[in-house]
Design a protein. Structure first.
Length: 332
């Protein structure tokens, strides 16, 4: 589940109302619905949950939740990547922050080519020049910040890699009072083997690493967190500040003739080590499209997750030799 950085509040869910099976016809209809929806696997707990939602949310007078202006930004540079633009935009429109005012923007070289100059799939397009890898991803913050004034109209900004698919509802859980970070699926270690790092930043034993504090059986534990570069964002103010710092760090590296080992992702993790995120997500939001049962569940995560945003393996980035090496390294 997504983790909020604040640890002062209890994680215990509120007590649910117990279903009164004689109270009203809703129970019968809810049971019939759940029975069909879950192919007979619905339980009393499922019925209690649905009952609690209806009574405490739908039928209880309450203030309408605030609707935010959200910007979703992409980079689509170089012909092999153009094919990924339409499906990811369609997924965002269907599943990403429903109920909010979402605008999709894409920085692309497509307008430079006659066959693609009018293609936008309903997104706002900012034309850019074609550049070789890794510069389309490494220089993403430079591109976004050229439109800083345009971006300031949003309450939140989120970046997604173009080769992703939004396949499930991504809701208010990603909205915090600061940055939002998603884990790299290859480094989201099972809690069973997390070392007990000192979690108190006031302690001389504190290890400054990207991560968050989780309360486990009443004891705070530091959960190490290596963030994926493919899904990131947060409040506009915080994310624009982060982009400026990362842009400057990239420029300083380039002035030395150096590029960080994982390009922009390395700079994102560096920033998070100094400025912890407000929301830490789980691998549901950067979910691989393969090796789930053979590698991730048994060897890394220790459990499975419900995919919300899937990362797509790009055929042009693979080779037969690379696939064999990967299997050897993963031990599968």
């Amino acid at each position: 589940m997504p983790k909020k950085r604040e640890t002062g509040e209890s994680n215990t869910p509120p007590a649910q109302r117990t279903v009164d099976f004689s109270a009203f016809n809703f129970v019968r209809e809810a049971h019939n619905y759940l029975y069909r929806a879950k192919q007979g696997n619905a339980s009393v707990d499922d019925l209690n949950q649905l009952n609690d939602y209806v009574l405490n949310h739908l039928l209880t007078p309450r203030e309408e939740p605030k609707k935010y202006k959200v910007g979703v930004v992409f980079v689509s540079i170089n012909f092999p990547y153009w094919q990924y633009m339409k499906p990811v935009i369609e997924g965002v429109r269907q599943f990403f922050l429903p109920g909010h005012d979402v605008e999709i923007m894409c920085w692309s070289d497509m307008p430079n080519y006659p066959e693609a100059k009018d293609v936008n799939y309903g997104a706002t397009i900012f034309p850019v020049a074609s550049v070789e890898w890794p510069y389309p991803t490494l220089m993403r913050y430079h591109l976004f910040l050229k439109q800083e004034e345009y971006l300031k109209k949003f309450d939140y900004i989120f970046y997604l890699d173009l080769d992703m698919r939004v396949v499930n509802v991504v809701g208010d859980e990603i909205l915090g009072q600061g940055l939002t970070a998603a884990p790299h699926p290859g480094y989201y270690i099972s809690r069973k083997i997390i070392p007990p790092y000192e979690p108190n930043p006031d302690s001389e034993a504190f290890i400054k690493r990207p991560g968050y504090i989780s309360v486990d059986e009443g004891k705070p534990r530091f959960i190490p967190f290596y963030a994926a570069g493919g899904f990131q964002g947060g409040t506009t103010t915080e994310f624009i500040e982060a982009m400026k710092v990362m842009r400057d760090g990239i420029d300083q590296d380039l002035a030395k003739g150096y590029i960080a080992v994982w390009n922009d992702e390395s700079h994102w993790n560096k920033y998070l080590s100094d400025h912890p995120a407000a929301v830490y997500l789980d691998p549901s939001y950067v979910y691989p499209d393969s090796l789930i049962a053979d590698y991730y569940v048994p060897k890394v995560w220790g459990r499975d997750f419900t995919p919300r945003i899937i990362t797509i393996t790009k055929p042009f980035s693979l080779s037969k030799e690379g696939g064999q090496f990967l299997k050897q390294e993963l031990g599968i």
